[in-house]
Every structure is written in structure tokens, then in C-alpha cells.
Design a protein around this ligand. Structure first.
Ligand code: ADP
Ligand code: MG
Length: 732
């Protein structure tokens, strides 16, 4: 690394390069309340000045599924959108979609049209509803050949249309699904939407069986899936970022010696937010509020340089889109503050990686949150049955949930000793476990008010007990009135794990509904039927419950005894997608077609291999271009110093020891790098290649990283060409 770069980074850190940015103000220049500008960049048809009252009613009916969208309605809607967007300075529109790359994609078109030689702004109904990006360039896993590579984006009117601001203009952004000419989903959104409607159907039926009314007009109509995604990320100085090709090419450091101070003092978590980072966070939040994204919490995370943002939860589809936007806003605002936001699951070795806790619950407007234990969880039979259903879903489909979050980058986190392991287990907390244990044994749980903490003092109001200890080591934890899927990776599109979770739970709901209908028709009371279901499901599934330390080796051993799947690498996990029997439930529920599964299998295996290949090539490149030359330079310095001292009859004891140590490691580095290079020859993108990568090449690259760590610690600081963990993590 050049001295100038380090100096620049230090200067950035000291000067705190805050930007003058557009804090929303009123005409007198006074700052606006958040509530006064919240959502100003989201299209709200209710506020449109050019739609009539009747138009608005018609649109509301379409959104409520009471009416179909007619061509005429779509024209009016498009016109209203156009009017709003251009009045706010937008010049372009884009269909925004989530292809199988896991990120988002977009192609922009100007509103500008020339009609009869005159410039006008235009957005037609068909431009709003359907787009045709060049689908052949998106991963399709061999599901289509190029000649029929047409793919369509189609407007998802359940997620709001919004404006994105850039430094010099605004773009109207239309959330869309992306499907092939033959109707296969080429994105993550479409299956996710399907899974939400399947779960809604199954859970609604469950509600109607167990608590419904005989009157059709009083029936439960639907159930919403709610999601809140906590987003973790790292921030590093931009000047340093570009000096680390591994960060630029693959988002993580491929090597790096630990500093003397990592996170052992545990003082970063919830610590004071550094001034420079605070300036960044505030700009991020203003941007998100404008986009109608309710950013709620911000804090330091466990590792140095690591932070978290969580919004208030929303309906699944909206929450997923919002999470994609959050990631994008974090990254774009960071650059404006001379920083880079790293979303990779494991940018640095030796300290915590980043996850994205997916908080999940199911709710009906009348019945409330089905995961709310209420004040008396022990007699809340519907709640207990729903929890047992979810445990059974984990029991049947734990491997699928693991597969849903498999990626080259999340592999570094899962199973590492500071992240949830790749074994999918559930944490319930003591109270809930005790209650379910009792019902499982066929007994009634009798303790009064288990949901309350008795503080022993009348002056203190009874506090509702947080039924769940803050066990952070579980991949899937019950936290009060929701489950929290914690093994999801920070960079992932949550749509994929969400789809699988929804489908797994739906599958069990469907079986349970059948049984409940029979039992109740046979004369059982609803309560007794629910208790019986809870008993059987819990007894069959309780081996997935684990309330202890999920990071410990004991748990790995115990889980093996219990027969829980432990798919350690993506190469192991992804194979499950190719197992058609195991995926029957997904096909049966109509969440994925067999072709779509095949596509996903091919794409994900291929991407795993490609990402790793990029990492390996970057590593080799850095070794040859940076590390070997720097080490040789230092060796030469030492060698001539040794010679000089010998001339003076001085024993160069230390110099010789250092030189020998470095020389041995350099030889080792060279040999191992050659071996890695050899392994890269003929490396393809099939599952056999993925296995070779996971089992041979990746471990080899980790050995190489250790050797480089030695060199980094022993070669003179002045000669070491790359920013170290000290620079990257502590210069802020
Ligand atoms: P933690 O203590 O794990 O940081 P919080 O209570 O702050 O968790 O909530 C984390 C996320 O969970 C937030 O995005 C929040 O909006 C979301 N959340 C809270 N309740 C629910 C719920 N019932 N369903 C889904 N998400 C929820
Ligand atoms: Mg959490």
C-alpha cells in the first residue's frame, strides 16, 4: 500500500468528511419532522391530483383482488404515476427485478418520446405493466436456449412504486417479477409470492377450522406473512478498499493477520457510534424515510467496524423489496462519505461475520398474530399448535432451510465458531419448552401466569416477561411473538429462505388441517383436537429444539446423535435441490415447478464455483504481484545486512533467524500456490467441481492464508504492500 493512501485514509478518519446533504427542510429552512416527509418518494395513488374518486376506488378494488386490472385502469394509473414522477424531477423509469443472481437488476428508459416532431413525456400502460429486458444475459441455469431467451418483467402492484434519487436526477422504479417466455419464474420474487399465498390459504383454513364462524360472511379471509430483516454490515475507508483487490473482486479479505485487539473486549457492541459513521447513518435514514422504509434501530455490532440497521416489519413482499433497497442505499451513501459498505457475510477472519436476521410471523387482522403467546400461553391452544406446526416444519425440512441460505459467502459464517451452525435447530426458551413438554407428555401445564415476571414488589407493575432469553446462538429462535431465522446471510436476498420457510410451514398446516377437520367432525372439541395435534407434532419434532449454546462442539455431537442434518458446505447443501423426491412438497404446493428447481440448482452450483474461482484467481494474483515481491525485497535487505555484518565480524543472529523464517514460509507459499494453480486447471462449474472446491481448494487457500499471515507479521511494515486489518478495521 502506498504511504499516500494510508495518509489519505487517516486524514478521512480525522477530518470526518461529512457531506452537505439535503436534509428535508420547509420553505423557511427549518428541518421537517420525519413524519412530514416520510414516503415522499413513494407513489401513493390516493394522493394523485389527476385520478378521480371513482378511479381511486377502482384501484383499491384491484389491490384488494376484488376486480381485475383493465387496460383502461392501467392507462389512468400509468398517467398518474408519470405525472407524479415527472413533477418531482424524474426523467427515467425502470422495471426493477430480482434475478437469480441474488441481487437486483434494472434497465432504464427515458420518459422522453418524440411525437409529431415534438418532445413529450410518456409512460404507457404497457410500459408500466410489462417490460422485456434481454433475458439471455441473466442466469437461467440452462432452462432456455438463447433463441427463446425472451423474458418478461411484469409489474408487481403489491409492492409500491418509488423514486430513487441520484446525485443528478431521479428514476421511477417499478417493482416487477421476472418470468420466461414459457412462464417459468426467473427470479426470487415470483416463488416467494406463490409461497405467501399458499401459506395464507393453509393458515386461513386452520383459523376457520379452529376458531371460525359458521357464517360465511364472518369467515377468516386471509393471513399475512410479516417480515422484519435486521441488516448487518461493515464500513471501511474507501481509500483502503481499493488497495485490497480481494475486497474489490470478492467482497472479503482472503487473508490477514489478526490484530492484537479484535472483539475480545466486547466493547464495540452497542458502544458509542463513531462520529463519522453517525453522519453516514443519518443520511442513510433520511434516504430510507423518503422511500417509505421505516428504519427503526441503528447500533454498533459485535465486531470492530460492524453495524446494524433494522426497519419496522411489514408484509413479506414489501419487506423483501425494502431490504434490497436498504442494501443498495447503504452502499451508495457509504461512497458519498468516503467509505465502502461491505455486505459480505465474512469480510474478515477472526472476528464476527454479518447476518441478516429474518423475523417472521403470520397475522390475520381479526385473529391477530398467530405467534402471539398472549398472557396465558399454556391455555392458548391455537398458539401452541402453531408453534408445534413450525417445529414439525423444521423437523421435516431443516435441510431445505439450510439449503435456502447456502452460498459461498455464508459458508464462512455458518459453522464458524461465532455464527449459528449449519444445523437447523429451534430455540424456544424455558417457559415455552416446559409448556410443550407437559403437553407432549399428555399432561396439562398448571403453573399460573407463566408469561409474567413476579417482581415481588407491589409498587412495580407486573412486567410481561420476555419469554425468550436472548440466546444469540440459535439459527432459528422464538423471540416473543415471532420466529427469527438467524442463519440467513447479510448479502442474501431474503426472498429465497422466506419462500422455503413459508412452503415448509404450509405443508404441515395442510396435513394438520385435514386431521383437525376429521377429529372435529368426529365429535372432538376444538381445544381437544388442538391439544392432540400439539402432543403428536411436538413429540415427533422436539429433537429440533435446542436451548443451549449452538456454537459449542457439544451441540454438533448431540445433533449428530439426534440425527439432524448438518450440511456443512454449500456443495453438500445444494445437492438437495436436485433431489426431486425431497422437493415434492414445493412442486405440490406450486411454489416451484420441476424446471424452476432444476434452473435454481444449476444456477446456484454454477455461481458457487464462479465466485470461488474469482477468489482463487485473485489470491494467486495478489501473491505474485504483491506478496512475493515485497517478501523478496525484505529478504534482500536482510541478506545484505547479514553480509555487511559478517564483514564487520558481527554475528547477525536475529537477522539470520528472521531471514530463515521468512524464506521457509516463502517456499511454502510458492509450493502451495502452485498446487492451487494446478487445481484451477480444468475447473468447471458442476457439482463435482463444487465439491472439489469445497473439500480441496478452499482448505488449501486457507492454508495459504495462514502462510501469508506469517509473512504479514514478519515482513517490515514499510514494505508490506497491502492494508492490514489494523488499517481496515480501526482507521475510522
Ligand atoms: P432484536 O432484539 O433481535 O434486535 P427487535 O425486537 O428489535 O429484535 O426486532 C427485530 C426485527 O423484528 C425488526 O425488524 C422488527 O420490526 C421485527 N419484528 C418485530 N415483531 C415482529 C413480528 N411480529 N413479525 C415479524 N417481524 C417482527
Ligand atoms: Mg434479532
Amino acid at each position: 500500500m502506498t504511504k499516500a493512501v494510508r495518509a489519505q485514509a487517516m486524514l478521512n478518519a480525522f477530518k470526518i468528511p461529512t457531506r452537505e446533504f439535503n436534509v428535508p427542510k420547509d420553505v423557511n429552512g427549518n428541518p421537517l419532522r420525519v413524519s412530514e416527509y416520510y414516503g415522499e418518494n413513494v407513489f401513493d395513488y390516493q394522493k394523485s391530483e389527476i385520478l378521480t374518486k371513482q378511479d381511486k376506488q377502482d384501484i383499491a378494488d384491484v389491490l384488494d383482488n376484488k376486480k381485475d386490472l383493465t387496460k383502461e385502469m392501467a392507462e389512468k394509473f400509468a398517467n398518474a404515476v408519470l405525472n407524479w414522477a415527472t413533477s418531482k424531477g424524474a426523467t427515467h423509469f425502470t422495471h426493477w427485478f430480482q434475478p437469480l443472481t441474488g441481487s437486483t437488476a434494472e434497465k432504464h428508459d427515458a420518459f422522453l418520446s418524440i411525437e409529431n416532431g415534438k418532445p413529450i413525456e410518456k409512460l404507457s400502460a404497457s410500459q408500466l405493466i410489462q417490460g422485456e429486458p434481454d433475458a439471455s444475459s441473466f442466469p437461467h441455469g440452462g432452462s432456455r436456449s438463447t433463441f427463446e431467451a425472451r423474458g418478461y418483467t411484469s409489474w408487481d402492484f403489491t409492492s409500491p412504486i418509488f423514486l430513487r434519487s441520484h446525485e443528478n436526477g431521479k428514476t421511477l422504479t417499478i417493482p416487477t417479477a421476472f418470468v420466461s417466455y414459457t412462464g417459468d419464474a426467473l427470479d426470487t420474487k415470483t416463488p416467494m409470492l406463490r409461497s405467501c399465498s399458499q401459506l395464507s390459504k393453509a393458515a386461513t383454513k386452520f383459523l376457520n377450522i379452529t376458531g371460525g364462524s359458521k357464517r360465511a360472511d364472518d369467515e377468516f379471509k386471509s393471513v399475512d406473512v410479516s417480515c422484519g430483516c435486521e441488516q448487518e454490515y461493515f464500513l471501511i475507508d474507501k481509500a483502503l478498499y481499493f488497495e485490497r483487490p480481494d475486497l474489490v473482486m470478492g467482497g472479503r479479505t482472503l487473508f490477514g493477520a489478526s490484530t492484537s485487539r479484535n472483539q475480545q473486549l466486547e466493547d464495540h457492541y452497542f458502544g458509542t457510534i463513531p462520529e463519522r459513521v453517525m453522519a453516514f447513518m443519518q443520511e442513510v435514514e433520511v434516504e430510507l424515510y423518503r422511500l417509505g422504509i421505516p428504519a427503526k434501530t441503528r447500533h454498533n455490532e459485535v465486531a470492530p467496524g460492524q453495524f446494524e440497521l433494522a426497519p419496522i416489519f411489514d408484509k413479506a413482499n414489501v419487506a423483501v423489496d425494502q431490504n434490497q433497497m436498504i442494501m443498495s442505499v447503504l452502499q451508495s451513501v457509504a461512497t458519498k462519505h468516503e467509505m465502502v459498505c461491505l455486505l459480505h457475510e465474512k469480510p474478515f477472519g477472526g472476528i464476527n461475520g454479518s447476518g441478516k436476521h429474518l423475523n417472521w410471523s403470520i397475522t390475520n387482522p381479526k385473529a391477530g398474530n398467530l405467534l402471539d403467546p398472549s398472557d396465558t400461553p399454556h391455555t392458548n391452544y391455537r398458539f401452541l399448535a402453531v408453534v408445534s406446526i413450525i417445529l414439525e416444519a423444521l423437523n421435516k425440512y431443516g435441510g431445505h432451510l439450510r439449503t435456502a441460505i447456502a452460498s459461498h459467502s455464508n459458508d464462512h459464517r455458518l459453522g464458524a465458531n461465532e455464527a449459528p451452525p449449519s444445523i437447523i435447530s429451534a430455540f424456544l426458551g424455558d417457559t415455552l419448552t416446559k409448556i410443550l413438554d407437559a403437553y407432549g407428555a399428555g399432561e396439562k401445564y398448571t403453573e399460573e401466569n407463566p408469561g409474567f415476571l413476579d417482581l415481588g414488589a407491589e409498587q412495580l407493575a407486573r412486567l410481561v416477561r420476555d419469554n425468550t432469553d436472548r440466546n444469540r446462538t440459535s439459527p432459528f429462535a422464538f423471540t416473543g411473538n415471532k420466529f427469527e431465522f438467524r442463519a440467513v446471510g447479510s448479502s442474501q436476498n431474503v426472498g429465497i429462505p422466506l419462500t422455503v420457510l413459508n412452503a415448509a410451514v404450509t405443508d404441515v398446516f395442510n396435513d394438520v388441517n385435514e386431521r383437525l377437520e376429521k377429529d372435529i367432525a368426529g365429535g372432538m372439541s376444538v381445544d381437544d383436537a388442538l391439544i392432540a395435534v400439539t402432543k403428536d407434532l411436538y413429540n415427533g419434532a422436539k429433537h429440533v429444539v435446542f436451548n443451549g449454546d449452538g456454537y459449542s462442539q457439544e451441540w454438533q455431537d448431540e445433533a449428530a446423535k439426534r440425527g439432524l442434518p448438518n450440511l456443512k458446505t454449500s456443495a453438500d447443501a445444494l445437492k438437495l435441490i436436485a433431489d426431486s423426491d425431497a422437493n415434492n412438497f414445493l412442486v405440490k404446493l406450486g411454489v416451484y415447478t420441476p424446471t424452476e428447481l432444476k434452473t435454481r440448482y444449476n444456477v446456484r452450483v454454477e455461481r458457487y464455483c464462479k465466485h470461488r474461482e474469482i477468489e482463487f484467481k485473485t489470491l494467486v494474483n495478489m501473491i505474485h504481484k504483491d506478496i512475493i515481491p515485497a517478501t523478496i525485497q525484505y529478504k534482500a535487505m536482510l541478506a545484505s545486512a547479514i553480509d555487511d555484518q559478517k564483514d564487520c565480524k558481527i554475528d547477525p543472529k536475529v537477522d539470520t533467524a528472521v531471514l530463515n523464517g521468512i524464506n521457509d514460509k516463502l517456499n511454502e507459499l510458492f509450493d502451495k500456490t502452485s498446487k492451487l494453480n494446478k487445481g484451477l486447471e480444468n475447473l468447471g462449474e458442476d457439482i463435482a467441481d463444487a465439491e472439489k472446491i469445497a473439500n480441496e481448494l478452499l482448505p488449501l487457500s486457507e492454508e495459504i492464508a495462514e502462510v501469508i499471515g506469517y509473512l504479514e507479521e514478519n515482513v517490515s511494515e514499510d514494505l508490506w504492500p497491502l492494508p492490514t486489518y489494523y488499517d481496515l478495521l480501526f482507521v475510522k
